[in-house]
Design a protein around this ligand. Structure first.
Ligand code: GAP
Length: 539
């Protein structure tokens, strides 16, 4: 299947089965905003729970935070977002479409220039110059047509183009690749959404929707430190919404304007302090990655390598195998000025291999900035090292929505199977890892008009549902019910039949059929064993 076709099928399944809907759909939608339907909401909740569990509950050295979305605007001045969180943007002079200047594919061809145009009938003149790029092999008339449309928009009806000249151009990014029309010069466009706190819409009351969750962690560093009894090295984790007024939201939910992040700021000792305390700083092993338990002589480089490996292992634990992921170690010239190293974890999406998470070694840039701008000390007194310092930080920062999209793309499969009547059919199945699957078990009474079967099936449902998300389905042929749960990605199905109620002999009484989604294998198990079989697989 071609990647575009695969992506179309995924988008269609997401809508049809209630994973993802376009936001405000009945009003025509709103670009860059998405809603999660019943299955998507469960999937998202599971992913966030698993991240939280692995980052905080399963560790001694990380605690959580849940901060407000709107914070003091001085934070964004200190972090650099007010001044530098911007993309270069250009507008198409013909359609007014806004594009990111750095994402325009270079084009070659013949550029047509006009000094202006006049109306053949009224004689009215427009002296504004215009240009259009003619791609190789296209007739000159198509460039003139674009120019005619441009001047028509400026009030001319019977356009006569004036002062035409041409020039060969190579690898130019000055023209709209969709129609050849000239673009405006790039202007920087800040990606933060602005609003006002309070009734007065003045600059003094201007506030921003946070473009990342990280800054709240830095500004609450001291409060968390004092209340949690943690010692450096330790981390603060947060999951929450972030907002970026992206110029070109694209690739479905991949680049959205409202999204969620799962961020950890892990505070470590500066290397000089580690050296003073331990005599030397451990270096990154040439092969293999540093793993638990962390050691006292780890400096930033080993901590950074450690977190990259931890994050890779976590992705594996939720079903993204290493061969679906890639690591991209940013080159020196690509690093932000404060970053010592950044590794992007990429997933092989059908539309290309793209970033899921960035793991940056940010030095002590953020805490230092907030100390300078707020006038409040961010220093930490390290009793073991008898040293005072501003901690350095390693930041694994992941996007929830991107990860959901990766899990959905990864799960989608079509396969040819034979139905119960021996007919070949295509089965669409979402092969989610049981830990992230929105529904863990489908419960099916074989017949809905047999009260004894229904009663037993409801009892099985009630047995399991305090522990996992179950779906009770008594409608239609059993094969159809299995297929519906295959599409939802439900890893297990439990069927309550006449054996269960002992109609075919006492030896089968109290047993059910347990169906496995991926292999479609069925086994007979006791109802009393169901929880102990299923729970370890879905937790
Ligand atoms: N605090 C660091 C930070 O925010 P980032 O690389 O800008 O770093 C981290 O964002 C992660 O947030 C990305 O790897 C991505 O998963 C997610 N993310 C960023 N912009 C996004 C967008 N417009 N739509 C969806 N997810 C986005």
């Amino acid at each position: 299947m071609k990647p575009t076709e695969r992506m179309e099928k995924i988008v269609s399944l997401c809508k049809r089965r209630g994973f993802i809907f376009q936001s405000s759909e009945i009003y025509g939608g709103i670009n860059g905003f998405w809603d999660y339907g019943p299955l998507g909401a469960e999937l998202k909740r599971n992913v966030k729970e698993l991240w939280w569990k692995s980052m905080t509950k399963m560790r001694e050295d990380v605690v959580g935070l849940d901060a407000s979305i709107i914070m003091h605007p001085a934070i964004w001045k200190a972090s650099g977002h007010c001044d530098t969180f911007a993309d270069p943007m250009v507008d198409c002079l013909l359609t007014k479409k806004r594009l990111r200047a750095d994402q325009i594919e270079p084009q070659s061809g013949v550029a047509y220039f006009w000094s202006g145009a006049k109306d053949e009938v009224s004689g009215k003149e427009v002296c504004e110059p215009f240009s259009a790029l003619l791609a190789p092999g296209k007739p000159a008339e198509s460039a003139r047509k674009v120019a005619t449309q441009f001047y028509s928009q400026r009030g001319l009806q019977n356009v006569v183009l004036l002062g035409e000249r041409t020039e060969k151009v190579e690898n130019s990014t000055k023209y709209n690749p969709e129609n050849g029309a000239l673009l405006t010069e790039p202007r920087m466009f800040n990606l933060m959404f602005k609003s006002h706190a309070g009734p007065v819409e003045s600059e003094e009351n201007a506030v921003y929707l946070r473009p990342e969750t990280a800054q709240a962690i830095f500004v609450q560093f001291k409060n968390v430190l004092e209340t949690s009894r943690q010692k450096v090295p330790f981390g603060i984790a947060q999951i929450g919404k972030a907002f970026r007024n992206e110029i070109n939201p694209r690739n479905y939910t991949f680049r959205s304007r409202e999204f969620e992040q799962m961020e950890l700021e892990f505070f470590i000792k500066p290397d000089e302090v580690v050296e003073k305390q331990c005599g030397s700083v451990a270096s990154l092993p040439e092969s293999g990655a540093p793993t638990d338990p962390p050691q006292a002589n780890w400096g930033w480089e080993v901590w950074h390598g450690y977190w990259v490996e931890q994050r890779m292992r976590w992705y594996e634990s939720i079903g993204l195998t290493r061969d679906t992921l890639e690591q991209y170690w940013q080159k020196k010239e690509e690093l932000a000025h404060y970053a010592r190293a950044t590794v992007d974890i990429l997933y092989k999406f059908p539309f290309g291999t793209q970033e899921l998470e960035g793991i940056a070694a940010r030095g002590n840039f953020d805490l230092t900035q907030h100390q300078t701008h707020s006038g409040k000390s961010m220093e930490y007194f390290d009793q073991e090292a008898t040293a005072k310092y501003i901690p350095h930080v390693i930041e694994p920062s992941a996007g929830v929505d991107r990860l959901l999209l990766a899990l959905i793309c990864n799960a989608y499969a079509e396969e040819e199977v034979v139905d119960e009547k021996g007919k070949a059919e295509v089965r669409t199945v979402m092969r989610f890892h049981p830990r992230v699957a929105p529904i863990k078990v489908g419960i099916f009474p074989l017949l809905k008009n047999k009260p004894v079967l229904v009663e037993k099936a409801l009892a099985v449902r009630d047995l399991l549902r305090p522990f996992m998300n179950v779906f009770y389905d008594d409608a239609g042929a059993i094969g159809r019910r299995y297929r519906r749960q295959d599409e939802a990605g439900t890893p297990f199905g439990v069927t309550i039949d006449f054996d269960t109620i002992g109609e075919n002999g006492p030896e089968m009484e109290g047993t059910v059929t347990l169906r496995h989604r991926d292999s479609m294998q069925q086994e007979r198990v006791k109802i009393s064993d169901l929880l102990s079989i299923l729970l370890p697989q879905v937790q």
